[in-house]
Design a protein around this ligand. Structure first.
Ligand code: GLA
Length: 745
């Protein structure tokens, strides 16, 4: 890893064994993008990357030259309107009404490691020589705006982390109306764009299309990153697949409004922009003020999409997630939501917990409905004190009873919200986000607290801190069940209303930071009506996230498969729930529900008392299995093998770091008859190790399993001798591979 600066040629080359990223200073002193991709040799001169053919009808920068137009030049952090007509990375609105600026290079610094981003989640380093950061200093002399582009290269992995700092060093008020975290100009458009989109209960389906001239984009203007789109996109070469080929990932460590965009111009170059959505964004910088953008993480690979995902998995697991739970196995939990909804008493909860404890569950989580006047969606949010009618001994008493059973206790909060029917709202009706003189729209009968205001965050912190310090709480599920409308903060001046969405999310991060510092051993799980805020920003504070409100096993295969493109399975909350399933009314076998849920942070979302004795025995075995293999699911390398979006049969697997253990999950939605023979080619094994499968039969070498494949042909195929051997719809299998000593047996 290193950063080579060639002052004579004005180039900066960031490299490690996998990648090179090369920046050049252009003749007009703006920054040009010369190369990003697989590692290339360090050369004296890369000026040939700067192609400038004469283009008729161009607008030109220099008076005596017809060639140099920013319209055709690949840039690092482009502005609009000084001969470039593509969408810019930055726009500064000035006092005279102009939006033109010209950010010229004025210096650079190289720092060991990686600076923190104040108030924002970001990747970090822990050891020496893990990363280096290049900081490019630019200034627009007319407006007085300065900016620094930060590029961090890590010693391992094809990763570049980027962000931008602005400082108003002039004398006039300036407004940032666009401040993207990254801009990357690529020399061609031979890419497929993959986005991760969907809706509530079917989040993060990969959707793919070829780039074409014009703009393709996804984003959120809802205040949360959203179920609809995720702040993560991939550009892959058309022939790239899961196992080979080039791809670049673009991921934003942010939980609010975002834009991810690719613009293909007239000459087939591609500009990628990623950052805070410019729609409605207007950040005032008075003289002396600064602004830091969120961080964006680009990953390049030439080894296919699994490799791309694994690079993000490792980075986000080890250098974005933090704290006590980062490297610890997560407890197996039971959550009462689908078991009781709002209908519970202390006794009922203890009954659920007792049965769960008998089966081996480690953590009992009390979901919505324990506080204030909360007996339905209509009341109580904002009043974070236990409802004595339901919980006569309060959270303190209940948590102690649960601990006496030998389990840990967890609690649900929705800190950002308030119902009108609540003491908090009655006391502070002006604390919600709403525009003066206009109707405030509700979502699930609740309103969004104005977290851009410190006093609001303080009050919620105090309520939460009190209950957490009085009781024995080991886990928090932090929910967020509606998006923002009528965005406006009653305490900000008119000129600063364009800051509210971002200030809101900074308030959310602040509350997370304060709570995680005050209670470092509490495990946080984020949630937003399931996966409405499943983004890297949240992972910095909460290492796991409730993946989706859809707990049906068949639906979950797609949701978890799609989510795995950008996020480690250790970040996905995955539970076994009742059948027929509460969302889609489907009946799936208990083993299939578990076989899907093992690939995540495992738990149950039901009352085990409601199961038959046989099912209860099966649950005990599942928990024993998960206790044995939890470390493998949490810390192993995850591979997608066969997509549920394209096939009736899908599969994935995890392999331990030493390659001596692996678990393959195989899932078939509908049964078939007289089926073709099937093999599944495995990944990531050691070719020369022999593996026993499910503890019996002859062992197979890794090379057989990877190149010839694991034979998965159905034993019954509709022709079994005994009817009970016939497989059914929603069938699944686990293959547990263990290396045997001494090779083939
Ligand atoms: C959201 C969550 C659920 C549950 C309910 C409670 O929908 O995603 O898991 O906590 O809220 O109201």
């Amino acid at each position: 890893m290193g950063i080579v600066v060639n002052q004579a040629k004005d180039t900066f080359h960031l490299y490690n064994e996998e990648i090179s990223y090369i920046i050049g200073i252009l003749p007009n002193r703006q920054l040009g993008q010369l190369y990003f991709g697989k590692h290339i040799h360090i050369q004296e001169d890369y000026s040939y990357f700067l192609e400038m053919p004469v283009r008729p009808m161009s607008s030109c920068v220099f008076d005596t030259d017809k060639k140099f137009s920013m319209e055709y030049i690949r840039q690092e952090y482009p502005v609009f309107g000084t001969t470039d007509y593509r969408m810019p990375a930055v726009e500064v609105f000035q006092e005279n009404g102009s939006r033109i600026s010209d950010f010229c290079f004025c210096g650079y610094r190289i720092e060991e490691g990686k600076p923190k981003l104040p108030g924002l989640p970001a990747t970090y380093v822990e050891e020496e020589n893990e990363a280096q950061t290049l900081i490019m200093e630019l200034a627009d002399n007319v407006s007085g705006m300065s900016l620094e582009l930060l590029y961090t290269i890590f010693s391992k992995g094809g990763i570049i982390a980027r962000s931008v700092r602005f400082a108003n060093k002039g004398e006039q008020d300036l407004h940032l109306t666009s401040a993207m975290s990254l801009s990357l100009d690529l020399p061609d458009r031979e890419y497929d764009w993959i986005q991760f989109s969907g809706a509530w209960a079917r989040e993060r389906y990969p959707k793919e299309r070829r780039l074409e001239q014009g703009i393709q984009s996804v984003g959120s203007m809802r205040g949360n990153s959203s179920h609809n789109h995720n702040p993560y996109v991939i550009l892959k070469r058309p022939f790239t697949d899961e196992f080979q080929g080039e791809a670049i990932g673009f991921s934003l460590i942010y939980s609010g409004n975002f834009l991810a965009q690719a613009e293909v111009d007239t000459f087939d170059t591609t500009r990628v922009l990623l950052g805070i959505h410019p729609f409605g964004f207007d950040w005032k910088l008075a003289p002396g003020e600064e602004f830091q953008t969120p961080e964006a993480v680009m990953v390049y690979t030439d080894q296919g999409l699994n490799h791309l995902s694994q690079t993000y998995h490792r980075l986000y697991q080890k250098r974005l997630a933090r704290g006590y739970w980062r490297d610890r196995e997560r407890p197996i939990l039971i959550n009462n939501w689908e078991a009781t909804y709002f209908d519970f008493t202390e006794e009922k909860l203890v009954e659920i917990a007792r049965k769960a404890k008998e089966s081996g569950v480690e953590l009992f989580v009390l979901d919505d409905g324990w506080f204030g006047a909360r007996s339905s969606e209509h009341a109580g949010l904002g009043d974070w004190v236990a409802n004595p009618e339901r919980l006569e001994n309060g959270i303190k008493g209940l948590s102690e009873r649960i601990e006496d059973l030998g389990m840990k206790f967890g609690l649900w909060f929705e800190p950002e919200m308030v119902n009108q029917d609540s003491d908090l709202y009655r006391k502070h009706p002006d604390w919600i986000i709403r525009t003066p003189d206009r109707k405030a729209s509700h979502g699930r009968f609740q309103y969004v607290l104005d977290f851009s205001r410190k006093e609001v965050v303080d009050e919620i912190y105090n309520m939460m801190e009190k209950i957490l310090s009085e009781s024995k709480v080991s886990y928090i599920k932090w929910d967020m069940n509606r998006s923002i409308t009528e965005c406006y903060s009653s305490v900000l001046p008119a000129q600063r209303q364009g800051e509210v969405y971002h200030r809101y999310i900074l308030g959310v991060y602040d509350l997370y930071e304060r709570l995680t510092s005050r209670f470092p051993k509490i495990l946080f799980e984020s949630c937003a009506s399931g996966g409405g805020r499943f983004d890297p920003g949240m992972l910095y504070y909460a290492p796991q996230c409730w993946t989706s409100d859809d707990s049906d096993a068949v639906e979950r295969i797609k949701i978890q498969y799609g989510t795995s493109y950008g996020y480690p399975i250790s970040s996905m909350g995955t539970h076994v729930s009742m059948t027929p399933n509460h969302q889609v009314n489907r009946r799936t076998p208990l083993h299939t529900r578990a076989n899907v849920a093992y690939f995540g942070t495992f738990g149950y979302e039901l009352d085990l008392n409601a199961l038959t004795r046989e099912e209860q025995e099966e649950v005990k075995k599942q928990i024993t299995f998960m206790k044995q293999y939890g470390h493998l699911f949490q810390f192993g390398t995850f591979y997608r093998l066969k997509s549920p979006f394209k096939n009736n049969v899908s599969a994935w697997m995890v392999v331990s770091e030493d390659k001596k253990e692996a678990v393959v999950g195989w899932y078939r939605v509908l049964n078939g008859i007289n089926l073709p023979c099937e093999r599944l080619r495995l990944q990531g094994l050691d070719a020369s190790m022999a593996y026993e499968i499910n503890g019996d039969g002859p062992a197979h070498y890794g090379d057989e399993l990877m190149y010839a494949g694991l034979v998965t042909t159905d034993v019954s195929s509709g022709q079994a001798d005994k009817p009970e051997e016939l497989s059914q719809d929603f069938e699944s299998r686990l293959y547990i591979l263990k290396a045997v000593k001494g090779g083939r047996q």
